[in-house]
Ligand binder design. Structure first.
Ligand SMILES: [Zn+2]
Length: 408
């Protein structure tokens, strides 16, 4: 937990965050980090805990996106901060994602055996309102208005309000629930520990699903990127079993466990490619030795007609593959390249004294075109990548306690 303490106690960060160091149930977070249910990399977890997603707000703040033209806004028109996405945005199906996780948490609490009056308090303070958004615990009027449920549970929850970046609404629990588990939750401390771990895991997974959805919407990603991490892990696991059955080499379990989402996607693609290669090799062998051709005619691969047929099949498969990948990259190019005509619309020149004919090959027109190409041929998606890279460096420096410029 070294980096958490270093980050939080750093007074450059975030108002009253140093206070939470003492009043957070760290044990649950530590257990999450070490457990099988943690499917994220340490950096990804640190980004989530310390509010370091590459939101539009963040990108404007660090100067990656220009501070004008509403670049910091969400598609719904509000400023896109991390809390906005996690707690209050109603666009892009985020409500459904929240509802899915919230329902599961309520079922989890019932399964653990938390007393009904405590569940009532938790649901009214910490679960979804009827509009599928969360209360903002930093708005005291919203907190004060909640009165349903067990008094001790409510007091414990309400004491978690008012902390920077809605810390206690993102999964960490305030101390007290385990020490006073009988009073606060109506269960023994062991059940309370289980609750704390599962609560954090659920919030973490919900956050991940929300961030993935936001990125899918923003970048029009293919379904692959929208696939839930659990499904990806299952797919990878099946491929690993398949490789083992074939006697192919696999990595040690620890290597797979540490993989990030992108690494899992890459690994699945590599493994699938190898299987496809193997299958096509076997098909070629089958073509030579298979039952539907007479053995005499080409026993030595000497039947020119059969060899030609095989070669034709191989070539057409290869061409079909190339065609597919060309089509995919053409689609990407269209998506990523701004239309130069739309930028240089003649109507933009109204009121300008001397209009440069940008279709001409004068030096002036060339200069402007060059400037445009240098500055504009970058897809919005690349801004996020730049921000992600920057946040990655910051977050890793934080985990190593190395100095880093541009702290949030
Ligand atoms: Zn929004």
């Amino acid at each position: 937990m070294g980096y958490s303490a270093k980050y939080i106690t750093n007074l450059r960060h975030n108002g009253n965050l140093p206070e939470v160091l003492k009043i957070t149930e760290w044990n649950a977070i530590e257990r999450f980090h070490k457990s099988q249910i943690n499917v994220f990399s340490p950096t990804a977890n640190a980004k989530y805990l310390y509010q370091r997603w590459a939101t539009n707000y963040f990108q404007v703040k660090v100067g990656i996106l220009a501070a004008d033209e509403d670049k910091d806004l969400c598609t719904c028109g509000e400023v896109e901060t991390m809390w906005h996405l996690l707690g209050s945005c109603k666009a892009n199906g985020l409500c459904e994602i929240r509802r899915r996780f919230s329902d599961r948490r309520i079922a989890m609490m019932q399964k653990i055996g938390i007393q009904a009056s405590s569940i009532e308090a938790i649901v009214s303070m910490a679960e979804l309102k009827s509009d599928d958004t969360y209360l903002d615990w930093n708005v005291s009027a919203q907190v004060d208005a909640v009165t349903q449920g067990n008094i001790e549970t409510l007091e414990w929850l309400k004491a978690s309000g008012g902390y920077h970046s809605n810390w206690f609404q993102r999964g960490p629990l305030r101390t007290g629930a385990i020490q006073k588990s009988r009073v606060v939750l109506g269960v023994d401390s062991r059940a309370a520990e289980k609750f704390a771990l599962e609560w954090f895991a659920s919030k973490r997974n919900e956050g991940d699903a929300i961030w993935k959805r936001r990125n899918d919407v923003k970048h029009g990603n293919s379904f692959k990127f929208g696939t839930q991490l659990g499904e990806l892990k299952k797919e990878l696991r099946d491929l690993i079993f398949e490789r083992k059955a074939k006697g192919w080499d696999t990595e040690g379990y620890g290597t797979y466990a540490k993989m990030s989402r992108n690494e899992i996607i890459k690994c699945i693609a590599e493994y699938k490619d190898e299987i496809i290669l193997e299958e096509s090799r076997q098909r070629r062998i089958f073509d030579f030795f298979g039952p539907d051709r007479s053995e005499e005619s080409n026993a030595n691969g000497s039947d020119p007609a059969e060899t030609a047929r095989i070669n034709t099949r191989i070539t057409s498969r290869r061409l079909a593959r190339q065609k597919l990948s060309r089509a995919a990259s053409a689609t990407r190019a269209v998506e990523n390249t701004p239309l130069i005509n739309s930028i240089f619309d003649a109507s933009d020149s109204v009121g300008v004294e001397s209009v440069v004919d940008l279709n001409a090959s004068t030096q002036e027109a060339n200069e402007i075109r060059k400037l445009f190409m240098n500055n504009c041929c970058i897809d919005e998606g690349e801004f996020d990548e730049e921000a992600e890279a920057q946040i990655g460096i910051l977050t890793q420096a934080l985990m190593l306690d190395a100095p880093a410029d541009g702290e949030l």
